[in-house]
Design a binder for this molecule. Structure first.
Ligand code: GAP
Length: 534
């Protein structure tokens, strides 16, 4: 995680940068709070006119990248699925977060990330208090029954300890390592014996009281609802928490219909829902979001090779769409944090203003999914290889990106504040969204320099000619400098101005957003010029 409050572009602190982005999104119609006039609904956001264009462009780029290949087919599965799907997938049992409530102020926290929000001083204090407690109560063996086993399960160093003093010394030493405190200590807090002893030392980040947390409980993140008018258990359905299952259960349908042969993939874009305990950081963790997932079915034994292939492909996709390389990194899931289905898993992380955050996961899911659906449905999901006459359950390599999270990453990546010359010879700060032209919501803006001498008529004609090809915007109000600034803020890559010379020779100026350089080109060449650059 990046340090909170670090300086970002234009000297902004990370918190200020996020505030500016959220405010820009609202002001310019990228993203609004859901049901804002009723005070908003936590964890849900609405995409406005510019936002929906950006989101659709992003999804279109992903769709082209993934499905315009000979070995990938697309589908669009229903959000509601048979409830047994979620038993087979493991979601009913395992898709839970550990949660605690503060009995004093009623705030609710995900236990596994609670420590992330503590200052270094507080984390150390907790470990020290815990160590002192162990030390003072070392005579009471019953108190620590099971506790040591749990410590050993997350950190083998405890296995070689002989005395309470050694446990205390190791704990004190580890308390200075922030990663250990966030990763291992958090994991330990969800273990019964450890949390019984350690929870009383935790402070509520909201009211500051100590020892006010309830016991940790498992909280299933799936939204449950009912099919039909009667709310009984037989009618339970879930809003899908991932799009992947719609692909797995259709594996043989797609394979038969498209006559694909393994290795091949199935791609899908769609909404997913998770009842997240803590929604945070704008679009980063929401309760309703969109995923772009592709499941690639391979012969067992070739999975590692395909895993590496897809890792490379997916990282390159973000870079090709303008993401700064140094703002992207891989995070490999350590073996003890791997999801129940995964053999290996890597996240593509982006350096958000609040720290590194996952935008896409690439997972080697083995034959877990197809085997489980086979077991739960009683239907064979084996693949028959016509050439070798072999029958087997394919392994699956999954690429799972969040459309909404990527949207936010592309937005952060595009945001810049810089000094720009004014028409009067001074300088001013311009806010510019440097989107890749393929992603930009509006591709070109058309301005008549003045609202007379036939310039509006020519501009309107240019607008009408361009509209069938790209999303364009016509603006005739205010000084041209102001109009440029408005388009910079919307991320429009090209601004076309009709001026007095246009009346003479039918040429216009075309200004490129990032360099602010202007060229003169023939009005009739605009569509070709813009088309070649987006
Ligand atoms: N099928 C595998 C799967 O769903 P995941 O890591 O839970 O894996 C994949 O989710 C991607 O979905 C994440 O990388 C992230 O971009 C997005 N995502 C997950 N939960 C999200 C949430 N609450 N809000 C926004 N995006 C989310």
């Amino acid at each position: 995680m990046a340090q909170q409050g670090t300086q970002q572009k234009g000297g902004n602190s990370s918190a200020t940068l996020m505030e500016k982005l959220v405010s820009l999104c609202k002001r310019r119609g990228f993203v609004f709070q859901s049901s804002e006039i009723y005070g908003g609904l936590n964890g849900a956001w609405d995409y406005g006119p510019l936002g929906v264009e950006l989101l659709r462009n992003l999804k279109a780029e992903w769709w082209k990248e993934m499905t315009y290949r000979e070995n990938i087919e697309g589908i669009d599965a229903a959000i509601l699925m048979h409830p047994r799907v979620w038993e087979a997938s493991g979601h009913v049992e395992n898709f839970t977060d550990p949660m605690v409530d503060c009995k004093q102020c009623k705030s609710r926290y995900r236990l596994d990330i609670l420590l992330e929000g503590y200052s270094e001083k507080n984390r150390r204090k907790i470990a020290e208090e815990l160590a002192n407690f162990i030390n003072t109560n070392s005579e009471n063996p019953n108190l620590f029954k099971g506790f040591l086993d749990e410590l050993i399960s997350v950190d083998p160093r405890f296995a070689s300890t002989l005395s309470t003093k050694e446990i205390v010394d190791i704990l004190l030493d580890l308390s200075k390592q922030i990663d250990w405190m966030v990763e291992k200590f958090s994991t330990l807090l969800f273990k019964k014996e450890f949390s019984k002893i350690a929870l009383p030392f935790l402070l509520c980040p909201n009211c500051g009281n100590k020892g006010t947390f309830t016991e940790a409980r498992k909280f299933n993140l799936m939204f449950k609802t009912y099919v039909g008018p009667v709310e009984d258990t037989g009618a339970v359905v879930y809003l899908r928490p991932e799009t992947a299952q719609g692909i797995f259960v259709n594996f043989l349908n797609v394979q038969a219909g498209s006559r694909q042969k393994v290795p091949f993939g199935i791609a899908q874009i769609g909404k997913a829902f998770r009842n997240e305990i803590n929604t945070k950081n704008f679009l980063f963790r929401t309760r309703e979001f969109e995923q772009m997932e592709m499941q690639f079915f391979v012969k067992p034994g070739t999975d590692v090779e395909w895993f590496e292939y897809w890792r490379a492909q997916r990282m390159q996709w973000f870079i090709n769409l303008g993401m700064a390389k140094e703002k992207l990194q891989w995070h490999q899931h350590p073996p003890d944090k791997l999801a129940h289905y995964a053999k290996d898993a890597y996240d593509i992380e982006y350096a958000f203003p609040f720290g590194w955050g996952e935008i896409e996961g690439v997972h080697n899911r083995t034959d877990f999914d197809l085997s489980r659906h086979e077991q739960f449905s009683g239907k064979s999901l084996k693949y028959f290889d016509e050439t070798t006459k072999e029958k087997y359950t394919p392994y699956i390599i999954e690429t799972s990106a969040g459309a909404s999270r990527s949207f936010m990453a592309f937005l952060v990546n595009a945001y810049a504040e810089e000094e720009a010359p004014t028409g009067e010879g001074g300088v001013e700060t311009r806010v510019v969204l440097r989107f890749h032209p393929k992603l930009a919501p509006v591709k070109a803006a058309i301005f008549p320099l003045v609202n007379r001498d036939g310039m509006p008529e020519i501009s309107k004609k240019i607008e009408a000619d361009l509209r069938p090809h790209f999303r364009v915007f016509y603006d005739d109000s205010g000084a041209v400098g102001r109009r440029y600034r408005r388009q910079d803020e919307a991320g429009t890559p090209f601004c076309i101005t009709v001026d007095s010379q246009t009346l003479q020779d039918q040429t216009v100026t075309i200004r490129e957003r990032d360099s602010m350089k202007q060229e003169r080109i023939a009005a009739e060449a605009i569509a070709k010029y813009v088309g070649e650059r987006i």
